[in-house]
Ligand binder design. Sequence first.
Ligand code: HEM
Length: 515
Amino acid sequence: VVSDCGQYMAAEHCYHSHNVMVPLVLFLAAALALWVYFQTHRPKNFPPGPPPIPVLGNLLELHLENPIADLERLAKRYGNVYSILLGTRRAVVINGVGALKEALVNKSADFSDRREDLFVRRAAHPKAHAPGVVLSPYSPGWKEHRRFILATLRNFGLGKQSMEQRILAETHRVVKLLQQSDGKPVDPQSIFHHTSSNIICQILFAKQFDSEDEFMKFFTSFFRETSKIINGPWGMLYDSIPSVRYLPLPFNKAFHLFKMSHERYLEKFIENKKTRVPGKPRHFIDAYLDELEKKKRGNTESLLSEDQLRAVLLDLHFAGTDTTANTVLSGLLYLMKYPHVQELCQQEIDRVLQDKPEVSLEDRVQMPYVQAAIHEIQRTANTVPLSVFHCTTRDTDLLGYSIPKDERIIPNLSSVLNEKGQWKRPDEFYPDNFLNENGEFVKPEAFMPFSTGPRVCLGEGLARMELFIILVTLLRRFRFIWPEDAGEPDLTPVFGVTQTPKPYRLRAQIRSSLK
Ligand code: HEM
């Protein structure tokens, strides 16, 4: 009886649980299907793109170590405006000069925002009220800072001879180092990071740091390392799958390094305050504090603050170091790989400068070939391949597609710099891409390494001055040679927010005309 009853009870229990389980499973399956639908669904008339899979989206379509070739492949399949799902996060990728100009210039008010939830923003500027300038929303605070920075760069010498003198002084330090190497192979990486860091540091702190200085050593390696993490696989993972953010994964290193960088700036800041004389600005920090006090005194509405100042210092130091240094490094690599281009540059430099002790920016107009070579270096170096991600400020449309507010926008600058139809030879290192039939320098509209529109690189003027003065001064004095024992030069870049060439060594031989 007991056993019958037990069996009966068990059967009844089983029947009841079965009754409960079936709807529960159906409910969970429906909830999962809905979740997957909403995670992977593209809104009506949204740019097309590859079909996503749950959780990963289209991540399997991309080589996270370097997605540029994959992004190009997708543009061939879906057109110049398409969308991808990075994990559960949508992004619109804009390719080609036409689409990019339409978005960033013609519809700039709709396409110039930045998202607050990006990994780089959270790591670099965790304080919401102090977003710096590079990652700041498209807002009155951004406008006020951008205007102030541009004016201050001008006041501290940009566009004037004083800036040229500072760049020349730094370049002479490089000349000395290369002379000391006596034609033996040297690793140029830290030399050029140190140079461009020191140029921007002269504006920010009125200081040039020794290569052994702790501050300098920390920042040059910090920029190199965090740039790789931000656009590398770990940064992408953080931005794509929010649930991984709390795990102890390698992106945490970037948070740690950025925190250390803030502490270093704070030390500099406190040190500086001790010697500051209000109204007598020696550098960017003093000028900012003067402006902040002026606005406070006049009760003018302003978003300047000490926290913002420290965020802006990091932005300018970072943006001003890694970009220019990596472009110069790519340039020397290309000039060693293509020695005939190097020689043509040297012939033009010798002819124009003759006995003039130093080059100056105004010599540019007489050097069309050098200008073309430097622009071609920038085009092929493709230093900031995916720009800084933008975001839409409102519901908008682009070339017939509807794009909602707050949508991530990836301006694929890489696609423009080697776009078929825009260049004579897009796939080669060919300075003639920038020369017309009369040998005059011309700049096609697809030359966009600094991006375009209201968020165009704020340091473009400084960067162009640096590239010209550094490269001309060095090419005038040295012949750069690829070391015999180093195999063939490898031009494949290492992907990051800023791309770098693979580490290499060079030989700098003093040119026979100078011996
Ligand atoms: C070869 C050197 C450089 C390249 C290729 C480069 C490229 C870029 C690019 C592609 C952007 C993103 C623009 C956008 O969001 O549409 C940018 C932004 C920016 N760059 Fe540069 N840059 C270089 C040098 C510099 C230098 C020397 C400075 C320092 C003064 C600087 C400061 C900035 C700042 C502050 C922004 C943010 C602008 C904003 O959001 O309003 N850059 N740069």
